[in-house]
Design a binder for this molecule. Structure first.
Ligand code: 4AD
Length: 477
C-alpha cells in the first residue's frame, strides 16, 4: 500500500511538469507499475529483459521482466519498431504511456514510444528457449544464467522474503542479532567436517600460519552465541556455515545458511521447541502473504500437491516423540531399511522420512538422544540405563531433519567431565569460563535455511534453492 502510494506520488510529480515540455517519464519497476492503481495515461520508463515476444501484423507484444515480480509488463510496440532487435532475452529500456489493457490478464500495459535495446541476446545460443519449460536439473547447468528463468526467479524472491521474515520474527520477539564469525578456531559439532583456512601469503619460517592457530570456516555459530547468551538473554545469528561432508545428497551442501538462536534462563526442551515451531509457522505465513504468486508457481509446477501438504503442516501442532520411541516405531516397521534401526545408532534420512510419514506428515520433534551420539555441549539427562542428552531434532515431510538443537550443559562439573572425555579440556577453557562466571541454564537450535526453503516450496534438490551451490567436486563461479 505504502509502495503503491509512493509510485502514484512519483507519477503525479512527473505529471505536474509544464504542458509546453514533454512530461519526463518516471522510472518504475515492473512490480510497481502492475500494482499501482489509476495510472492509465501516465508516462513511465521501465528497464528489464524481454521474456516473450508475440508479433501480429501491425503490433508486437513484448513481456518485460526486471526481477521485481513474477509477472512481466506487457509492452505494445507498433510496426515502426525493428522487430529483429527485440528478441527473447535482450535487455531493454522502454518509455511510453500506460494505457488500460483490453486483456483480463493485466490492468495496464505500456504503449511504447521509445525502446532502446541495451544488450542484444543471441537467441540461437542462449540456453533457454522462449515458451519452453526447462526442468530444474537442466537450468542448474547454467549457474550464471539460471536466475533468468521464471522458476529460479520465484525461488530467489521467496528466499529473499524468507530471510526478511526470519529477521522480523526475531526482532518482533526481542532477540538481538549477533554477527558470529565465519573464520573460527573451534569445531563446534566435533564431526571433523572442517574446511581449513590458510593464507596464500608466504609466512616466515618461525610463524606457524596466519592466525598462529589452526583456523577453519565455521560449521555453526552456536558457541559464539553461547558467549553472547551470558549477557543477552535472547540472541540469534543467520549466516553461511560450511561442512566438508562428502555428500552428493539432495539435502546437503558444503556451504549453506543456518538460522541459529540461543536463549538463556530456560530449563526445558519444551521452551526451545515452542520457539522452533513459532519461527517455522510465523516465517512461512509471512512468506505466503508477501509473495503468493512466487510460492504458487513452485507449488503448481515444481511440486504439485505441496500447497495442501504445507497447509497441513501449518494448521497442526507439531508432534513430540523420544528417540527411544522412534527406534521402537522403526523396529516395528515393515519397511526394508538400508540401515537397520537400533538404539544407539544414528537416525538416517530413510528413518526420518518414515517417522514423519508415521506421524501423518505432521512435523515431529524427536528428543532425548543417546549421549554417545551427540557433541560434548549437550545437557546430560542423567538417566539410566539408557544414557541420553536433552537434544531435539525437528523432522519435516520431504526433507527429514530441519532443525537441530539442545539444552546446553550449564553445570561446570558435568561439562568438565564431557570435555575430558572428548579430549577438549585444554582448548575449551574459555567455554568452561562461561560456566564459572554467572552460568545460566540455556539452550538453542539451528535451522538449515535451504532445507527450510525445500520444505515450504517442495523443491526436491537443495542445489535449486541457493543461488550458487557448493558441494563435493563442484564450486562453479
Ligand atoms: O544439527 P546441526 O548440525 O546443529 C548444529 O550445528 C547446532 N550447533 C545448531 C545449534 O544448536 N545452534 O545443524 C543444524 C541444521 C540441520 O538440522 C540441517 O537442517 C542443517 O543445519 N544442515 C545442513 N543443511 C545443508 N547442508 C548441510 N551439509 C547441512 N548440515 C546441517
Amino acid at each position: 500500500m505504502f509502495r503503491a502510494r509512493c509510485v502514484l506520488r512519483a507519477l503525479r510529480s512527473c505529471s505536474s511538469a509544464p504542458c509546453s515540455r514533454r512530461k519526463p517519464s518516471a522510472k518504475l519497476s515492473v512490480r510497481d507499475v502492475l500494482r499501482a492503481q489509476n495510472t492509465s495515461g501516465e508516462r513511465v520508463k521501465v528497464q528489464g529483459w524481454i521474456r516473450s515476444v508475440r508479433s501480429q501484423k501491425e503490433v508486437m507484444f513484448l513481456h518485460v521482466n526486471d526481477g521485481s515480480s513474477l509477472e512481466s509488463l506487457q509492452v505494445v510496440a507498433d510496426s515502426s519498431f525493428d522487430s529483429r532487435e527485440l528478441v527473447f532475452g535482450s535487455s531493454v529500456e522502454v518509455q511510453g504511456q500506460l494505457v488500460e489493457s483490453p486483456s483480463k490478464r493485466q490492468n495496464v500495459e505500456l504503449k511504447a514510444e521509445k525502446i532502446e535495446v541495451v544488450g542484444k541476446c543471441d537467441a540461437k545460443t542462449f540456453p533457454f528457449k522462449y515458451k519452453e519449460r526447462h526442468p530444474l536439473e537442466y537450468v542448474r547447468q547454467y549457474p550464471h544464467l539460471r536466475c533468468r528463468t521464471n522458476a529460479l526467479g520465484s525461488i530467489l524472491r521467496v528466499r529473499s522474503e524468507a530471510t526478511a521474515a526470519i529477521h522480523s520474527f526475531f526482532k518482533d520477539n526481542g532477540f538481538v542479532h549477533i554477527h558470529t564469525p565465519i573464520i573460527t578456531s573451534n569445531d563446534c559439532e566435533g564431526a571433523g567436517e572442517l574446511f581449513q583456512v590458510e593464507s596464500s601469503r608466504k609466512m616466515k619460517l618461525s610463524e606457524e600460519n596466519f592466525f598462529n592457530v589452526p583456523a577453519f570456516l565455521t560449521v555453526s555459530g552456536q558457541l559464539h552465541l553461547e558467549v553472547m547468551s551470558g549477557a543477552f538473554t535472547q540472541v540469534f545469528t543467520f549466516g553461511p556455515t560450511f561442512r566438508a561432508e562428502n555428500s552428493q545428497s539432495r539435502r546437503h551442501l558444503a556451504e549453506f545458511y543456518m538460522v541459529e538462536a540461543e536463549i538463556s534462563f530456560i530449563e526445558s526442551l519444551q521452551d526451545i521447541m515452542q520457539v522452533m515451531e513459532r519461527l517455522f509457522k510465523t516465517a512461512t505465513m509471512m512468506v505466503l502473504s508477501n509473495c503468493p504468486e512466487d510460492v504458487e508457481l513452485c507449488h503448481k509446477f515444481i511440486a504439485p500437491g505441496q500447497k495442501d501438504r504445507l497447509e497441513h503442516m501449518l494448521k497442526n501442532s507439531f508432534l513430540i516423540m523420544s528417540y527411544t520411541e522412534a527406534v521402537e516405531i522403526l523396529k516395528q516397521a515393515s519397511e526394508n531399511f538400508t540401515f537397520t534401526p537400533e538404539w544407539g545408532a544414528d537416525l538416517h534420512t530413510e528413518h526420518e522420512k518414515y517417522l514423519v510419514k508415521h506421524c501423518g506428515n505432521i512435523p515431529v520433534f524427536v528428543i532425548n538422544y543417546p549421549l554417545v551420539l551427540k557433541p560434548f555441549y549437550m545437557r546430560d539427562n542423567e538417566d539410566s540405563p539408557q544414557h541420553t542428552v536433552a537434544a531435539v531434532d525437528l523432522l519435516v515431510p520431504g526433507v527429514g531433519e530441519l532443525f537441530g538443537g539442545s539444552l546446553r550443559e550449564e553445570r561446570y562439573h558435568f561439562l568438565e567431565q564431557q570435555l575430558a572425555r572428548s579430549g577438549l579440556t585444554e582448548a575449551y577453557q574459555w567455554y568452561l569460563d562461561l560456566r564459572r562466571y554467572g552460568s545460566v541454564p540455556h539452550g538453542g537450535f539451528g535451522m538449515g535455511f535451504e532445507r527450510y526453503l525445500q520444505c515450504i516450496l517442495g523443491v526436491d534438490n537443495i542445489k535449486d534453492v541457493i543461488p550458487f551451490p557448493r558441494f563435493t567436486h563442484s564450486c562453479l563461479l
